[in-house]
Design a protein around this ligand. Structure first.
Ligand code: PLP
Ligand code: CA
Length: 304
């Protein structure tokens, strides 16, 4: 009906798309694996693309692990030809942003997991180090001097004291306010969910009356990191493959990439069709160009 996008493709159409593109960006959770379980056939797809001389990178909003830890996970799940240089996480890119873009002088206050701090440490970005003191309260704690940025990410040891301190640092308009990503929640097995970095960011946005700068998808910065590290990346030659419309498809649109939704994760094709049929043109940036059931649908395209 004159609507573009959301095209379910198979067989020969997948083959011509794979031939046409030379740079593949894969989201991780919901595309490559679900938690600790690899998507069936995904490791073969990644190997086949690499063997064919395609560039493959991974773009994840999961800020809880440093990159070397991801590399172990790739190995553990059977993705044995992945290298560190192919992994772009929101924690790694946050460290690059603080070091290379804003060139932060002073300390960063982190609301996040140890993995996020490890990434800052490896980039040489100073952060406030403090022991978790269960007795300490906001009434008697001492604030660290020279805090020039608050960086928020998923934090499995979140305390009220951390939120309170972050709110205090953000009173200073010179103190930057960054979030690794704004993901609202993540699916767990058994119908459970995990509140994402976005839920913590929202709490601090309310407390501070400020808006955080988003480093991860759908912001363009992760694509800038990729472009810096791989010379000659042409957006027209890229395919962004993801499972979440509001992060992955929007990220692809924001960066001028063709997008593909895979149905092994969060978003359903009906949601994509609703965005496509929406009268709000902003919603059209969330519509994938292509849809597949799983990236394992790529496999027949590699057979001679
Ligand atoms: N952040 C956290 C804390 C997660 O647990 C997950 C997925 O499990 C994500 C982000 C999303 O990761 P991805 O961008 O690879 O889907
Ligand atoms: Ca995902």
């Amino acid at each position: 009906f004159g609507f573009k996008g959301c095209q379910k493709i198979r067989g020969p159409q997948i083959r011509s798309l794979l031939d046409a593109k030379d740079f593949f960006l894969f989201d991780c959770d919901g595309v490559i694996w679900n938690g600790e379980k690899a998507i069936c056939g995904a490791a073969k797809v990644v190997s086949a693309l690499i063997r064919r001389g395609k560039n493959v990178v991974f773009v994840t909003n999961n800020c809880t692990r440093p990159r070397d830890n991801y590399l172990h996970k790739f190995y553990r799940l059977g993705f044995t030809d992945v290298t560190l240089e192919q992994i772009f996480s929101s924690s790694y890119c946050s460290a690059l942003y603080l070091r290379d873009v804003v060139k932060v002088r002073g300390q960063v206050f982190v609301v996040g997991c140890d993995g996020l701090r490890r990434e800052l440490q490896q980039a040489g970005v100073a952060f406030v180090e403090e022991a978790d003191d269960p007795e300490a309260t906001i009434y008697d704690c001492v604030l660290a001097p020279g805090v020039k940025a608050v960086l928020v990410g998923h934090d499995n040891k979140l305390t009220f004291l951390k939120l309170a301190k972050a709110s205090c640092y953000l009173k200073d308009p010179e103190c930057l306010f960054l979030t690794t990503d704004n993901d609202p929640w993540h699916p767990l097995s058994g119908g459970r969910i995990l509140p994402g970095s976005g839920s913590l960011t929202a709490a601090l946005e309310v407390a501070s009356g400020r808006k955080a700068t988003v480093i991860g998808k759908p912001s363009r910065f992760m694509f800038e990191c990729i472009s810096t590290q791989f010379s000659g990346v042409d957006p027209a030659q890229c395919l962004m493959v993801g499972d979440r419309l509001e992060t992955d498809m929007l990220f692809g649109s924001n960066c001028g990439l063709d997008t593909m939704l895979t149905l092994t994760g969060v978003s359903q094709i009906e949601e994509a069709q609703e965005y496509r049929n929406s009268e709000l043109t902003a919603n059209h940036s969330l519509v994938p160009d292509y849809v597949v059931d799983t990236i394992a649908d790529f496999l027949p395209a590699f057979e001679e």
